[in-house]
Every structure is written in structure tokens, then in C-alpha cells.
Write a protein that binds this ligand. Structure first.
Ligand SMILES: [Zn+2]
Ligand SMILES: [Zn+2]
Length: 660
């Protein structure tokens, strides 16, 4: 018996999708075009509109370098492609030019970049997008290449129809449709009743080989051009004879892809004779099958290649003529930690390792490492700072005129092929998988929780993965190891600082009674200072002048120079008054500058105590234990699990002990 619930769901889904069938005659179709010329748009326009339909979002100004002043994020790629804004910008620019049939757009679109930089994903998203795009599309019924119905309009009448329908009709009828027109739609007086040709709605589908195709070069010696342009059907040859379209199979990949897109994988590996077919298609929108007139096709040729093949191609003078027939789009790896992390997160979410806890900092160190290996070593800025700058982190020397400086550094990077070489996301995800796999076997007794991977685990996995890194030059490997684990200016040293700060903050929280006390003392003295009053000293029971030592001990950590202290104190005093007036809290962590200074002072004062509290886990002193627990809880609120919170305390405790 059928499950009625399921049938209901299926019927609703089909209803929501709307009708995908319409059939009529060409003249009826022309009427529809007049009302809605969009249904007749050509493939580059179609793809462009499809991407635009999802909308755009702004990107940071500092990414808008020369040539990318109008850079935006196309939401169509959201959640699948991270970063890569410039490459997509270039592709959109090409589509626009191609839709307008300008010279720029009459070329082969070629994405060029290192492995797993997103080239295939971009192609796959456009192909899937076309399958799901609800803008209807029509073809001549029974045409082997699902061709544009308007091709049947006689050449001599085109100008008139162009104007009437509001479109520009391009291309000629395919041999199959021409034959049908001659045989079935021509009356005894020789009048061609082309407007009666049957037309129908159809869907672009790679599965059904309708308007979406993929071509992968194999051995250039054995690969035949028929794979692109179709071939004679031997079984029908004796029935119809040569040059009869009924004895030809128009099922080459280029014909299949008519009205949509062909993804041409590793284009430069293919034989040069294949290139010539593609170039004619891009340039004139036609291909030639032997024995037949030229066929008009309308499709985007989206090809890709890697750096090595590209360099080989470029250095061969025989290819010179091909060069300017291609429109190159560089697809580099990410230069931004945030975007790179999204790639890893997506991978983990899709894997069996979903239930393993990833400690704060673990994916960050992996992304930092990957990006450091990709950045161009500029004389203007060291690598670590450059990485932070690209990630929009605060750097003192860039607080003013920041965007302009970043743009200059980015432009320098681009001209030096930044992010076109280095460590690939694939290398990193391998390391992540290894690290995750090792944790999976840990017995935790909790179904949902399968262990935890920390930043240190990750650094170790990355380091070990070098042994499985085939390719790459020895000097690169040495440099990569440096970037990962060197004492200074490395991922490991950065992480040390991060861990220290993280734990310090957690402890400050555990000591916030003391922070509050420091704050109060500062306040009492500051108020007296600003009001020109004296302070009542509870101990001696006497009035005395405001305590400069107490105030300066904090101010020097901000730092506020002695000559500016008066202004600073007034500022604090006014801020406090504002807070109280607006009934806002006035606590030790309300005013940012004071908060930072109090944290620093406490850390200095308490370094020994903290070290002690971290280290002495078996201590019975309840106060120490309570503080340690409070610090752990603070860490857990920030995304640590119990395991990695404890590991983090242990790690920092060890660092502090060594520093003492
Ligand atoms: Zn046709
Ligand atoms: Zn954890």
C-alpha cells in the first residue's frame, strides 16, 4: 500500500514547483516572447540573471583594490564558496560582456588556479543552479539540440521580428529541424509554414543531457573530436545516405550543452584541434559537423586548468594565437582566516566526525598555517601581521588610513601571485581528518561526545602530515615547518600568546572581586582629584590628599603619560557621571581603557597565584580550588568542553612556570 502521507508531500512539492510543461506552436511562443522577452534570453544572460537573482552583499572596503572597485559578494555562492570574491567578480564581468555579445565576451572562459581552490565547485554550482532556475525555457519539439525556437524565423524577416518581439534573433536552424520544416511544414505551393512548428517548455538537466554538459580530456591520441561534435550513425547510414541529418547523431558534448553550459575540465590537457572547435564556437557561436552546414549553438564554455598546465601552455609559442581567445580568471586560495575556517567547518559538518568537539583555536591554527604559506613575503609588513591584517584584526600601526594601506599590500600580493601556491585546503583537511580519526577511538562513555581536538593536537597533526606530503620542494617544506613551529613569528608562538590571554582572562574573572576593589580605590581617589577634595582614610580616620600612586599604577598600564593624566581623569569622571545618569552600570569592566589596565595590573600582581592555582590540582585550599573552577567555567562558556578547558589550563600553567 502506498504511504498516503508521502504521496501528499510529493504532490505538494510538485504543485509548488509549478508546471514544467507547455506545448504549442511557434507563433504562440512568439506571443509569449513579446510579453516577456526574458524567456528567449541567451545562455550567458541566463546564467548572469540566475546569479543576480539571489542578490549581492557588500564586502569590506579594503578588498576593493584596483580593478575591483565594484567588488561585492554574490549570495548565489553563499555557504558553498568562501572568499574567492575577486574570481567570481571576474566571471560575472565576463558573463555580462558575453550576454551583450561584445568581443570580450566572445572568448573561452578559463578559470586558472591551484588544486581545490574552488574551480570545480563554481562550475558545479552554476550547473546545479541552471537545473533549479525557475525561469522557463523553450525549445523546438523533437530537436536533438533543444534549439531556440526563434531560429525558425526566416532570415529576411528577422529585422521586423526583432523589433516586434524586443529580442535579437541569432543563429540558424539545425539540419534536423530544417529538414522537418521542409518536409512536414511546407505546403504544395512551396509556402513554408514555419510558425506552425511545435514548441515546448523543457528543463535544463545534466542527467538528461539537456543543456548541461561536461567534458574531460583523456588520452589526446585516442580522443576523438566526435565526442564534442557528434558522429555519423552507421546503422542508419544505408537508409538515408551521407549528409542526411537523420543519419547523424548530434550528441557531441557541445551539442548536448546547447542553451546552457559546458564545463570543460583540464582544458589545456586536450589536443589542440579541440581548442579550435571551442574558439570558433566562442567567437562565432557555431560549430561544424562534417557534411553539414554550420550549426548555431548558444552556451557558456566554462573551462579550468591548474597552474602547471597553464605555465606550460603559456611558454609554448605555438599557442600564442590561442592566448587572446581565452578570458583568464585567476582562482586563488583564500587569504582570509575567517573564510578558510568556513571551508573546514563545512567539511567536518559533512563528515562522520560531527560529534567530536573542536576546541577554540583548533581550526584557527590550521587556517593560519595554510594562509601563512600562501602569502607573498612583502617588505612592507611581516607575514604574521599581514595575515592578521587580511583577517581584519586590529593592528596599531594601521589604525589610520587602514584601508588604503591594506589595498596597497593586497595589490602587491596579487601581482606576485599571492595564494596561487603554498599549502592547499586539501592538505589541511587531511591533517584535520587524521587528528579527528585519532580522537574517535577514545572511549568517552557519552554517545554524543566523541572526544575533543585541541589546537595543539592540530599543530601536531599538521606537522606529522608533512611526512605524507608528496611533491613540493625541500626548501618550501623547511619554510613551512618554520611557519608552523618556530619559536617566534609562527603559528605555534601566536597560539601560545592566544592561550595565555584566554586563560588570563578566565582567571581575571575568577578574581573579579579583586578587580572591583582596585576599581573602587581608583574611583574614590579620582573623584577627589577631580572635585579638588580630600579622601577620608578609614584606617587612620583622617582626611588626606588623593593617592597618586594608586592612580598612576593603573594609568601607566593604559598608557596615559603623566602630562595627560588630568585630561584622562576628567574623561573617566564625566563618563561615570553619564553612566549613573542613564542608570547604567558603572563597574570595573565598563570603561574599556580602565578594564584593560586593571586586567594587566591584576595579571602582574597575581601571576604567581595563577600559576599556583593552575598547577596545584590536588590542593585542598578551597579558595584556590574555587578560583580554578570558576576559571574553568568561564572557559567553558567560551566554547571549551571540560576536557579542552583543563588541557588549556595545563598548557598555560606550564608556560607560566617556565617564564617564572
Ligand atoms: Zn533543431
Ligand atoms: Zn573540547
Amino acid at each position: 500500500m502506498m504511504n498516503q502521507d508521502f504521496v501528499n508531500i510529493i504532490e505538494t512539492q510538485q504543485e509548488e514547483k509549478g508546471p514544467s510543461k507547455w506545448a504549442g506552436t511557434l507563433v504562440e511562443y512568439m506571443e509569449m516572447v513579446q510579453k516577456e522577452p526574458k524567456i528567449a534570453m541567451l545562455s550567458p544572460q541566463r546564467i548572469y540573471e540566475m546569479i543576480m537573482k539571489e542578490g549581492v552583499a557588500p564586502v569590506a572596503d579594503n578588498r576593493k583594490t584596483k580593478g575591483y572597485e565594484d567588488l561585492v559578494r554574490y549570495k548565489f555562492f553563499d555557504g558553498k564558496i568562501f572568499g574567492t570574491y575577486e574570481a567570481i567578480h571576474d566571471i560575472m564581468k565576463f558573463l555580462k560582456a558575453s550576454a551583450r555579445r561584445t568581443e570580450t565576451g566572445k572568448r573561452i572562459l578559463m578559470m586558472m588556479g591551484p588544486v581545490s581552490s574552488g574551480k570545480s565547485t563554481i562550475a558545479a554550482l552554476i550547473k546545479r543552479g541552471l537545473e533549479l532556475y525557475e525561469q522557463p525555457i523553450y525549445r523546438i519539439q523533437g530537436c536533438p539540440i533543444q534549439e531556440d525556437p526563434l531560429h525558425a524565423i526566416p532570415l529576411r524577416n528577422r529585422d521586423e521580428w526583432n523589433e516586434k518581439l524586443g529580442v535579437r534573433i541569432e543563429g540558424n536552424l539545425c539540419p534536423v529541424c530544417q529538414l522537418r520544416l521542409d518536409e512536414n511544414h511546407t505546403d504544395e505551393n512551396g509556402l513554408v509554414r514555419w510558425h506552425e512548428l511545435p514548441v515546448e517548455m523543457f528543463e535544463l538537466s545534466e542527467q538528461r543531457r539537456q543543456g548541461i554538459g561536461t567534458f574531460t580530456p583523456s588520452d589526446p591520441k585516442s580522443q576523438d573530436i566526435t565526442e564534442l561534435i557528434g558522429k555519423v550513425n552507421m546503422s542508419k547510414l544505408h537508409m538515408y545516405g551521407e549528409s542526411d541529418p537523420r543519419a547523424y547523431q548530434f550528441d557531441g558534448e557541445l551539442q548536448v550543452s546547447n542553451r546552457g553550459i559546458i564545463e570543460y575540465i583540464e582544458i589545456l590537457k586536450a589536443d589542440i584541434k579541440f581548442h579550435h572547435v571551442l574558439i570558433t564556437l566562442a567567437q562565432e557561436q557555431v560549430i561544424k559537423a562534417p557534411g553539414f552546414p554550420q550549426m548555431s549553438l548558444d552556451e557558456l564554455i566554462l573551462s579550468h586548468t591548474n597552474q602547471t598546465e597553464f605555465d606550460k601552455f603559456k611558454s609554448d609559442p605555438a599557442n600564442e594565437a590561442l592566448h587572446d581567445r581565452m578570458y583568464y580568471v585567476k582562482v586563488p586560495w583564500n587569504d582570509t582566516i575567517k573564510d578558510e575556517i568556513e571551508i573546514y567547518k563545512k567539511l567536518i559538518a559533512e563528515s562522520e566526525f560531527r560529534n567530536i568537539h573542536i576546541a577554540p583555536g583548533a581550526l584557527e591554527v590550521a587556517a593560519q598555517f595554510a594562509i601563512l604559506t600562501r602569502l607573498f613575503p612583502s617588505k612592507k609588513i611581516n607575514l604574521i601581521k599581514k595575515m592578521k591584517l587580511y583577517n581584519d584584526e586590529y593592528l596599531e600601526e594601521f589604525s589610520k588610513g587602514k584601508d588604503k594601506d591594506i589595498k596597497i599590500i593586497r595589490e602587491e600580493g596579487r601581482t606576485n601571485n599571492e595564494c596561487m601556491s603554498g599549502i592547499s585546503p586539501r592538505f589541511i583537511t587531511n591533517a584535520i581528518n587524521i587528528a579527528l580519526g585519532q580522537k574517535e577511538n577514545v572511549e568517552t562513555g557519552d554517545e554524543k561526545y566523541k572526544g575533543c581536538i585541541t589546537a595543539l593536537d592540530m599543530i601536531r597533526a599538521l606537522r606529522d602530515n608533512f611526512e605524507h606530503h608528496i611533491g613540493g620542494q625541500e626548501k618550501d617544506l623547511v619554510m613551512y615547518k618554520q611557519l608552523l613551529t618556530a619559536k617566534e613569528e609562527s603559528v605555534a608562538s601566536e597560539y601560545k600568546e592566544f592561550a595565555k590571554k584566554e586563560v588570563s582572562k578566565a582567571f581575571i574573572h575568577a578574581f573579579d572581586d579583586q578587580a572591583e576593589e582596585l576599581f573602587l580605590r581608583y574611583n574614590v581617589n579620582n573623584k577627589a582629584y577631580c572635585m579638588d577634595e580630600t579622601v577620608f582614610d578609614e584606617l587612620s580616620g583622617e582626611y588626606r590628599e588623593p593617592d597618586e600612586k594608586i592612580m598612576r599604577a593603573i594609568e601607566e598600564l593604559i598608557p596615559v603619560p603623566n602630562e595627560a593624566k588630568r585630561e584622562f581623569r576628567k574623561g573617566v569622571f564625566v563618563y561615570k557621571a553619564d553612566c549613573l545618569e542613564q542608570k547604567k552600570e558603572w563597574k570595573w569592566d565598563t570603561y574599556n581603557a580602565l578594564k584593560g589596565a586593571i586586567e594587566k595590573k591584576l595579571m602582574n600582581d597575581l601571576k604567581n597565584v595563577v600559576t599556583l592555582s593552575i598547577a596545584n590540582t590536588t590542593t585542598t585550599a578551597p579558595k584556590v580550588k574555587a578560583r580554578r573552577n570558576k576559571a574553568l567555567k568561564t572557559l567553558m562558556k567560551k566554547g571549551y568542553c571540560e576536557h579542552c578547558a583543563k588541557a588549556q589550563l595545563g598548557f598555560v600553567g606550564e608556560i607560566l612556570r617556565r617564564e617564572n
